[in-house]
Design a protein around this ligand. Structure first.
Ligand SMILES: [Zn+2]
Length: 156
């Protein structure tokens, strides 16, 4: 794949991922989704992805029975901080707030879109912005990009 093609893919994958992560963040404020495969549990809840390892002392409620569990909250509730905790008995959990990967991906994607959208007026090189008024060589003297015929006659 060429470099510009790669960037185009990165741009769209980044945009779609941002939207999906933002949706997951908001939905998880209202709905908890849990996948249990003891001793491991994966939870998306409160705007976070949570991984549990429950090895030591099972009780009737914890860990939940194997499979998917979905539960609705009465009100939206979000948490913002990452957390790691290891219990005395060896159980542990790790929490990663969804906003962290979301902010990273969204920032990089936005920067990429911005660069490509940056407006360069006709009469200037569309690659580097060099003023091409009166250009006769057919190439930008600054960066060597071929000049489209319409670009050299911008003063009309
Ligand atoms: Zn140029």
């Amino acid at each position: 794949m060429s470099r510009s093609r790669t960037w185009r893919v990165v741009k769209y994958v980044g945009a779609v991922s941002s939207v999906l992560l933002a949706a997951a963040l908001i939905v998880s404020g209202w709905v908890a989704v849990l996948y249990s495969k003891p001793p491991r549990i994966l939870i998306v809840d409160h705007g976070m992805v949570e991984y549990w390892y429950v090895g030591a002392t099972p009780n009737p409620l914890w860990p939940p029975s194997p499979g998917w569990h979905v539960q609705r909250h009465a009100a939206c509730s979000l948490s913002w901080l990452p957390r790691y905790h290891r219990f005395m008995d060896g159980d542990l959990f790790v929490r990663l707030p969804i906003w962290i990967p979301l902010a990273l991906i969204a920032a990089l994607t936005t920067r990429r879109w911005w660069r490509d959208w940056r407006y360069i007026p006709p009469g200037q090189c569309q690659k580097c912005g060099y003023n091409l008024t009166g250009n006769v060589s057919g190439r930008c003297p600054e960066c060597g990009t071929p000049v489209k015929p319409s670009q050299g006659r911008a003063n009309e």
